[in-house]
Design a protein around this ligand. Sequence first.
Ligand code: DX5
Ligand code: ZN
Length: 233
Amino acid sequence: MGFRMAPSLLSSDFSRLRDEVQAIEAAGADLVHLDVMDNHYVPNLTIGPMICKAIRPHVRIPIDVHLMVRPVDALAVAFADAGADIISFHPEATDHVDRTLQVIRDKGCKAGLVLNPATPLAWLDHTLQDLDVVLLMSVNPGFGGQAFIPSALPKIRTVRALIDARRAAGGRDTWLEVDGGVKVDNIAEIAAAGADTFVAGSAVFGAPDADGGYRGVMQAFRAALGEARAKER
Ligand code: DX5
Ligand code: ZN
């Protein structure tokens, strides 16, 4: 299983966004994670599609948009038009989950569902076959720098089993992404539980190299993931 690192720009220096996205790409990031908050679905206000459009020409890696907004559909379209590659949303924030997934796919983007710590996995019963990404929150959405909630681990294991069973039956390879409180010292445990894609905000942007890059911390994450894989064997 390949592991993907998705640094979240939420903890970056917003006055230097171009440098920051280029620095994480140079450090080996697989995705750029954009946290979109609307001061309505979550108690914070962050970035809109114009920012996505502004950074798009400056990186080659996919832009992974995490919509914490209600309603979803119009903003999903706006982010797709602004160059997003992957768009994930919270199912309770839209009236018609299947329609919203369709809206995202019709724009040529990969589609994901995001489940909060207390959101039941029942949302996957009739959607998993259509999902490119399941994004499990390991903090309550709204802010960076919060502590990982341990009850996310059994949830990750359960979703891993669901994805593997569906894949064995010929279904798609849905990514299992985890978001919130991911650090160098807990990523191995999260990977061992079955996650393959890792969002990290404060852990990446809070640990710059002397030259302002992020190679050191990204290598530390990769090394921890390598150890997790070695233990699996
Ligand atoms: C929280 C966001 C996360 C957040 C992660 O609502 O979805 O992506 O930025 O930040 P850290 O890694 O600092 O927990
Ligand atoms: Zn996020």
